[in-house]
Design a binder for this molecule. Structure first.
Ligand SMILES: C[S@@+](CC[C@H](N)C(=O)[O-])C[C@H]1O[C@@H](n2cnc3c(N)ncnc32)[C@H](O)[C@@H]1O
Length: 247
């Protein structure tokens, strides 16, 4: 059983497209702020692509080629079904792989030396794919260290948890901050998140303790971060963070 993908995820995403429209619009806006693409033949690699439920085909059409990786066997056919026609129309080559891209990032990076790499809502899921929280944190750190010198971005869960049920209709607008140097990791409670984002946490109408997705240190110091509300289902919300790194 895939704890962050699989048929249940696809069904849930398909059924919630209308409810997630504002979140997807925020994501599209952030995607549009990627590092400049040097040439038309530019390549995008997406890790944890699933069916690309939350990204617009129009953004993918700007690339010369798109290569996706996902361990979920339904992801590749559904990604092709969802985005294939648009990518054929724009002449964008599409290759969808059913494979674990994170265990051997070296192989992926060597095979795609000039590609922009997008971790698409996958790094925050690693705690569900790894036996212990400490090991998950180490995996995330190893992956992000390996990305040094590359152009890359990540959209991931920072926290998730219960909200007041009416919060779905009133999800806060996207907000921005800069990744600060942290000597002591913040404990996993959205309500104790530092300072300027306290407001965002209140606007999410968080209830109780939220789950920490261990992504606090994904971005290097100084990275501009977008904070996006994702009302996953009534009474339960994810706090997404998204950033681009252009060395
Ligand atoms: C929340 S979903 C991503 C949603 C997707 N970005 C979208 O817009 O539809 C997380 C995905 O990460 C995939 N995943 C988990 N570990 C992975 C790995 N090691 N390599 C590739 N994909 C992985 C899961 O199978 C799942 O499809």
């Amino acid at each position: 059983m895939n704890p962050s993908g699989g048929l249940f995820w696809h069904l849930h995403a398909w059924r919630h497209q209308a409810q997630w429209a504002a979140t997807c619009a925020d994501i599209a806006q952030w995607l549009g702020q990627m590092p400049p693409v040097p040439e038309r033949s530019s390549e995008l690699v997406i890790v944890g692509a699933s069916a690309g439920w939350m990204m617009p085909s129009a953004w993918l059409q700007g690339f010369g080629s798109v290569t996706t990786f996902d361990v979920d066997r339904w992801a590749a056919p559904l990604f092709q079904r969802r985005h294939g026609a648009s990518l054929r129309a724009s002449g964008t080559a599409l290759r969808c792989n059913t494979a674990d891209a994170l265990t051997d990032m070296d192989a992926v990076l060597q095979a795609h030396p000039r590609a922009l790499v997008l971790f698409d809502n996958v790094l925050g899921q690693l705690r569900f794919h790894t036996p212990t929280v400490d090991e998950a944190s180490r995996r995330i750190e190893k992956i992000t260290r390996r990305m040094h010198g590359r152009r890359w971005g990540s959209l991931h869960d920072a926290f998730s948890g219960r909200t007041q049920r009416q919060a779905q209709a009133a999800a806060p607008a996207m907000q921005r901050s800069i990744q600060k140097h942290q000597t002591h990791p913040t404990p996993g409670n959205a309500a104790t998140r530092p300072v300027e984002l306290g407001r965002f946490s209140r606007q999410l109408r968080a209830q109780g303790e939220w789950l920490d997705h261990l992504t606090d240190h994904v971005f290097p110091d100084g990275t501009p971060i977008h904070h996006i509300a994702w009302p996953y289902r009534p009474g339960y919300c994810h706090w997404l963070q998204a950033g681009w790194i252009n060395p």
